[in-house]
Each structure stands twice: as structure tokens, then as C-alpha cells.
Ligand binder design. Structure first.
Ligand code: ADP
Ligand code: MG
Length: 215
């Protein structure tokens, strides 16, 4: 399978649907330990990407990720806006117009996740979206090193994202608004980890369908 920007409209649409479908649940999570605006923030970004999606489909990955990053930065707002913006802008910088095979994508995504860590001054175990993004990046790198078949890679990525999201439930929040609650932040899944997981699983779903569709 060639991972081409022409897939972007269907990827963006799948993200839009999954966030819409889970909006109430995620809002409840963000109300429990944040300020409740995470889904609304994210949906502003997704709507802006939907408007741009035909244009994005015509670009190369370097330009598309740069544009997606700038849109997320300006449209999303909140902590997550600058973090998602940083993810895609850093992916754009790392892309350097190479053919996008699994090895290249694993490296590019890892560069994006490293940039998010730096931007948010955060690491794994702090009850944020990074508890999904970091293990997913590691899973992609491992899969590339082991030359795992793509359908298996996508299934592993989805399972890793779910496990990462679940792992935030018992963590103590040490970054973002949830950290203000200290010990009371335990017992709730982090909203940003949940939306990252939902989006990654939706992307994996579309790519799996694409892989198995008759040519
Ligand atoms: P805000 O907290 O400004 O209201 P959002 O509600 O849109 O922003 O996003 C909150 C999410 O952002 C959190 O659930 C968490 O996953 C993520 N987050 C917050 N701070 C950080 C950080 N320093 N590093 C990584 N992720 C963070
Ligand atoms: Mg919030």
C-alpha cells in the first residue's frame, strides 16, 4: 500500500466521525479532571481540516503535514492545539519528501512525538496524550525493525493505543490542568489520551480497509 495524501479526506472524515460519536464521553472525562472543553477544541480543528481536505489531498506529505499542523495550532486552542500543531509541524520537518514506507513513517512519527514531549515538557507516565503517542511510536519502530506485515502493524498500533489510554486511569497527573487536582486526578482516564486513542484507532481502521479493498 502506498500511503498517499489522497487518503487524507477519508482519514479526516473518519476522525471527525469517531470524535463526534464519543464527544459526550470525552467531555465527561475532561469535566472530571480538566475544564471540559477538549472535544470542542479538537472539533474546531477537525472542522477546519475538513474544509481543507480536498486541497490537502493534492499536496505532498511535507506540505500537507505543515498545513495540518498550522491549522491545528490556530484552530484548536487549549494545550492540545499547540501540542497537536507541534506534532504535525515536526513530522513535516522530518519527512523530507522521502517515500513513505513503514520505516520512514515510524521515524517521522517518532520525531513528531519527541517534539510534543519537548513542547509540553512532559514524558510518559504523566497522564497525557503522550501515554498513547509514545507507545504507539515505539510499536511502529519495532514493527519496522521486525518487518511486520502492515495489517498486523495496524492491529498492534490500535491495541497499543487502547492500552496506553487505559493506563492513564490510575496515573497521577503532573502536567496540564488535571495536575491541579493532585491525588484526585487518579481514577479518571485523561481526555487527551482518549481522543488520541480514538483518532489513532480510526486511522488504523481506514488504512486496514484500504489494504484489504480490491484494487
Ligand atoms: P486545556 O487543558 O488547555 O483546556 P485541552 O482541554 O484541549 O486543553 O487539552 C487537554 C489535554 O492536553 C489533556 O487531556 C492532555 O492529554 C493534554 N496535555 C495537557 N498538558 C500537556 C503537556 N504538558 N504535555 C502533553 N500533553 C498535555
Ligand atoms: Mg480543556
Amino acid at each position: 500500500m502506498q500511503l498517499v495524501p489522497a487518503l487524507l479526506p477519508s482519514l479526516i472524515q473518519a476522525i471527525d466521525h469517531v470524535i463526534e460519536k464519543n464527544a459526550e464521553e470525552v467531555t465527561a472525562l475532561d469535566q472530571a479532571i480538566g475544564d471540559g472543553d477538549h472535544v470542542t477544541n479538537l472539533q474546531r480543528g477537525i472542522k477546519a481540516l475538513t474544509v481543507q481536505s480536498d486541497e490537502l489531498a493534492q499536496l505532498d506529505w511535507t506540505t500537507a503535514w505543515q498545513k495540518i499542523g498550522m491549522t491545528m495550532m490556530t484552530a484548536v486552542g487549549g494545550a492540545s492545539g499547540s501540542l497537536y500543531g507541534t506534532l504535525f509541524v515536526a513530522m513535516s520537518k522530518a519527512a523530507r519528501d522521502r517515500p513513505l514506507d513503514l520505516q520512514a513513517f515510524a521515524e517521522i512519527f517518532s520525531c513528531g512525538v519527541d517534539a510534543v514531549k519537548q513542547r509540553g515538557k512532559a514524558d510518559a507516565g504523566e497522564k497525557t496524550m503522550l501515554d498513547v503517542l509514545i507507545p504507539v511510536a515505539a510499536s511502529l519502530r519495532q514493527a519496522a525493525a521486525d518487518s511486520v506485515a502492515l495489517p498486523v502493524v495496524l492491529e498492534n498500533v490500535a491495541q497499543t493505543a487502547i492500552a496506553g489510554m487505559e493506563s492513564t486511569r490510575d496515573m497521577l497527573a503532573t502536567k496540564g490542568r488535571a495536575s491541579f487536582l493532585e491525588e484526585r486526578s487518579r481514577g479518571h482516564i485523561d481526555a487527551g489520551a482518549k481522543t488520541s486513542q480514538l483518532m489513532i484507532c480510526a486511522l488504523a481502521g481506514v488504512l486496514t480497509e484500504h489494504l484489504t479493498a480490491p484494487a
